[in-house]
Write a protein that binds this ligand. Structure first.
Ligand code: NCD
Length: 321
């Protein structure tokens, strides 16, 4: 085991590396994750589980609310035969006594071979990785990034469209605070795509990300969802991130900014798909769930496959050999 530099490029070798940001990935590295994920999906379909990580321990440290990311890391580890040690919430952890994140990580890396971390502070995963002797996988760091979500989003898009070339992805909602769209935009930047950003002006995609992608993809910003509906292959809906606002009135002002209903679906291409990282709190009417274009629950399943793939790769394993 070796100590980890911040934002170490993957460069074709995942073994022992932390997964903090999409910036660590080149297109080839993403391909490796996609191939491994597909192999995991096939394995789960055919036999359910496989002891690739038998004898390994995965720690899930979740200091912010989570259902899917937490449980899918649990399920992913267990389907590969690893044991899990997990904690949710700060209340019962030494953090509530004032322990630093660094000291918590220096403790947990004595017990586990991989740590999945969710934390309320942007940059927390990088900070954890800088002191950890085992790979840290960023399960969401405040308004920062959510790389495993972006990879599962990409996997879902890829499985529908057989590649990314020339697709137009419309991201709608709270693009300022939504870490999933921060990571997904960076990931889409590696392909010849167009990204439409639809948000209230106050909740627009951070300028540094738009700037980063300026020469890589076509980007278009608007407050009007109707303007881009007929030029959308993937409608990526996000929640207005209530917990990130300084003032409740600000949240109240924006909470129903965009709601996907039957009328919107009618204007959307029959070959498009609708994604959402979930949880939804009203942005997509439940009546849409039976529409064949609604892919957000398939997306949930893909999350487990992607995390199985990543857990295998950072532990130096592959289900394909
Ligand atoms: C997202 C998150 O936590 O960033 N959820 C998830 O991990 N699937 C999205 C959100 O909370 O809105």
């Amino acid at each position: 085991m070796h100590s980890m530099a911040e934002l170490e490029p993957i460069s074709g070798d995942f073994t022992g590396k932390s997964i903090i940001s999409i910036d660590q990935f080149m297109a080839n590295d993403v391909e490796v994750v996609m191939t491994e994920t597909k192999a995991m999906a096939e394995m789960v379909d055919s036999r359910g589980c496989y002891d690739l990580l038998k004898g390994k321990v995965v720690a899930n440290l979740f200091y912010e609310a989570s259902t899917r990311t937490f449980l899918s890391f649990e399920a992913a580890a267990k389907r590969l035969g690893a044991a899990t040690i997990s904690t949710q919430g700060v209340e019962f952890s030494s953090i509530s006594k004032g322990e630093s994140l660094q000291d918590t990580i220096r403790t947990v890396d004595q017990y586990a071979d991989t740590v999945a971390l969710r934390h309320s502070e942007k940059g927390a995963a990088a900070k954890a990785a800088s002191v950890s002797n085992v790979p840290i996988i960023n399960g969401g760091d405040g308004i920062g990034e959510h790389p495993t979500q972006a990879l599962l989003d990409l996997y879902t898009i890829n499985s529908k469209f057989n590649g990314m070339e020339d697709l137009t992805i419309t991201m709608v909602g709270d693009l300022k605070h939504g870490r999933t769209v921060h990571s997904l935009a960076r990931l889409l930047g590696k392909y010849k795509t167009q990204i439409n950003y639809v948000s209230p002006e106050q909740l627009s995609m951070p300028r540094n990300i738009v700037e980063e992608l300026r020469d890589k993809v076509v980007q278009f910003e608007t407050t009007d969802l109707g303007e881009v509906l007929n030029d959308t292959d993937v409608l990526y809906v996000t929640r207005i991130q209530k917990e990130r606002f300084d003032y409740p009135e600000e949240y109240e002002l924006h909470k129903e900014a965009y709601v996907v209903d039957a009328e919107i679906m009618e204007k959307l291409d029959p070959n498009s798909i609708v994604l959402h990282p979930l949880p939804r709190v009203g942005e997509i009417h439940p009546e849409i769930d039976k529409d064949p274009r609604a892919a957000y629950f398939q997306q949930v399943k893909n999350g487990m496959y992607v995390r199985m793939g990543l857990l295998a790769l950072v532990n130096g394993k592959s289900i394909r050999y």
